[in-house]
Design a protein around this ligand. Structure first.
Ligand code: NAD
Length: 369
C-alpha cells in the first residue's frame, strides 16, 4: 500500500488485545501508535516498558490535537461510551468486537460517527483468517460443488478466560466473544438471508454468562451452518467440516491441516460391499469402493484486497470503502440477538435478518458511510 502519511493512533486499554494491536500496527505503513491509556497503573507501566507514551487520562488523549485515531481495546461494555466521546472530539475509531452489547447502542454510535464525519470501523479481523479464507474460496469457486452444509467450530478446555469475560455487565460470555467472529465470517461469506436460527447456550461452568453455544442457521439459498464454541472440550472437533454436492472437506486447525475428498466422476459406479459394523452389517456406511473418490489438498486461500489496517488507512484517506462495513456489523449484532433469543426460549427464531436481496452482503438499515 502506498501512503506518505502516518496517522497517529492511541490505544485505549493496554491489556491482551491492546498490546497485540501495538505490535500489529508497527507492521503497518500508514498508522503509528503515539501512545496508550489504561485505567490500571500496572498496564500503564507495561506500556511504558514497551516504549510507548502513557497518557495520564482519557481526557488528555482526546484533547491532544495530533491524535487522529482512537483504538478501543477495553472490555466490551464501555466500547460505546469511549467511542462516542472520542468521535465528539473529532477522532476516527477502530473498535474491538463486539462493538456494542445491543443493536440500539451501535445505531447510536453510528449516528455520532456520521454527525462528526468520523470513520468508525470494527475490528472483525477474523475475516482475514487463512482457514476461513480457504473455506470462502471453496464456497465461491464451488471446489466441491455448491456447499450446502458448513460446520464451524472452536473448542478449548480452559473455561472462560480472564475476569470480566465471566460477567454479564461487562458483556462477557462466549457468544459475545468467539461467537461474534464465527457468525461474522458466515455472513461475510454467504450472500443470502438467514431465514431461521435455533441454538443452545451452555452454562456448564456455573457462570452467569454462557461458556459456549451451538447455533444452527438456515439460509434462504439452502445452506445450513452449524456454529459451535466450546470451552469444556478436552477433545476438539475440526475447525471446519463442510459438505458440497461433489465432496466433503475438513480443516483440522489453524495450521490448515486438512483435505478434500471428492466424488470421482470418471470411475465406474460399483455398488459398495457390505461391511461388519458393530453387531450388524451395512452397505450404506461402507467406505466408497476403490477409485470412487479422489483425495486432494485444500485450495489456496481467497486473498483479501488489503489488510484490515491498510484498508482502515485508505478509508480515512477517502480512497477505499471499508471491508468491514457498519451495516454488516449491525447485521451480526441482530443475529447474535436471535441466537440469544433462540437459546433462551428454545424456539426457532425467524424474521430478524437485516439482509436485503440485491443489496449484496450489506444490510439496508443503516446508511453506510
Ligand atoms: P484485557 O482484560 O486483557 O484488557 C482490557 C484492558 O482495558 C485492561 O488492561 C483494562 O485495565 C483496560 N480498561 C478497562 N476499562 C478501561 C477504560 N475505561 N479506559 C482505559 N482502559 C480500560 O481484555 P482483552 O482480552 O484485551 O479484550 C479487550 C477487547 O478486545 C475486548 O473487546 C475483546 O472482545 C477484544 N478482543 C478481540 C480480539 C480479536 O481477535 N479481535 C481478541 C481478543 C480480545
Amino acid at each position: 500500500m502506498s501512503t506518505t502519511k502516518q496517522h497517529s493512533v492511541v490505544i485505549i486499554g493496554y491489556g491482551g488485545m491492546g498490546s497485540y494491536h501495538g505490535k500489529l500496527i508497527k507492521e503497518n505503513a500508514g498508522l503509528e501508535v503515539v501512545g496508550t491509556y489504561d485505567v490500571l497503573q500496572a498496564r500503564q507501566e507495561a506500556s511504558i516498558e514497551d516504549g510507548y507514551f502513557a497518557y495520564d487520562s482519557y481526557e488528555d488523549v482526546l484533547n491532544d490535537s495530533k491524535v487522529e485515531v482512537i483504538l478501543i481495546a477495553t472490555p466490551n461494555e464501555i466500547h460505546k461510551d469511549l467511542s462516542i466521546q472520542a468521535m465528539k472530539a473529532g477522532k476516527h475509531i477502530i473498535c474491538e468486537k463486539p462493538v456494542t452489547l445491543s443493536c440500539e447502542d451501535f445505531e447510536e454510535m453510528f449516528a455520532v460517527a456520521n454527525e462528526n464525519n468520523c470513520v468508525l470501523m470494527v475490528h472483525q479481523n477474523r475475516r482475514w483468517d487463512e482457514d476461513f479464507l480457504v473455506i470462502k474460496e471453496m464456497y465461491d469457486q464451488k471446489t466441491i460443488g455448491d456447499l450446502f452444509q458448513i460446520e464451524s467450530r472452536v473448542h478449548g478446555a480452559n473455561g472462560i478466560p480472564g475476569d470480566w469475560r465471566h460477567l454479564k455487565e461487562n458483556g462477557g460470555g462466549m457468544l459475545l466473544d468467539w461467537g461474534v467472529h464465527l457468525l461474522d465470517q458466515l455472513l461475510f461469506m454467504i450472500d443470502s438471508k438467514v431465514t431461521s436460527v435455533t441454538s443452545r447456550l451452555s452454562f456448564i461452568l456455573g457462570n452467569e454468562v454462557d461458556d459456549g453455544f451451538e447455533a444452527c442457521l438456515h439460509f434462504e439459498n439452502g445452506v445450513t451452518a452449524v456454529v459451535e464454541v466450546g470451552t469444556t472440550n478436552f477433545i476438539t472437533l475440526p475447525r471446519w467440516y463442510v459438505k458440497g454436492l461433489e465432496g466433503s472437506a475438513i480443516i483440522e486447525d489453524w495450521s490448515l491441516k486438512g483435505r478434500i475428498v471428492k466424488r470421482n466422476n470418471e470411475a465406474e459406479k460399483i455398488e459398495p460391499k457390505p461391511i461388519q459394523a458393530g453387531v450388524g452389517l451395512t452397505k450404506t456406511m461402507a467406505p466408497p469402493s476403490e477409485g470412487a473418490t479422489i483425495t486432494e489438498a485444500l485450495p489456496a486461500a481467497y486473498v483479501q484486497p488489503s489488510s484490515f489496517f491498510d484498508n482502515f488507512t485508505a478509508v480515512i484517506e477517502g480512497t477505499a470503502e471499508p471491508i468491514v462495513n457498519n451495516a454488516e456489523v449491525l447485521r451480526v449484532l441482530k443475529l447474535i440477538d436471535a441466537v440469544f433469543e433462540a437459546g433462551r426460549t428454545n424456539a426457532v427464531v425467524k424474521d430478524f435478518d437485516l439482509y436485503e436481496s440485491g443489496s449484496g452482503r450489506a444490510a439496508a438499515a443503516l446508511s453506510v458511510s
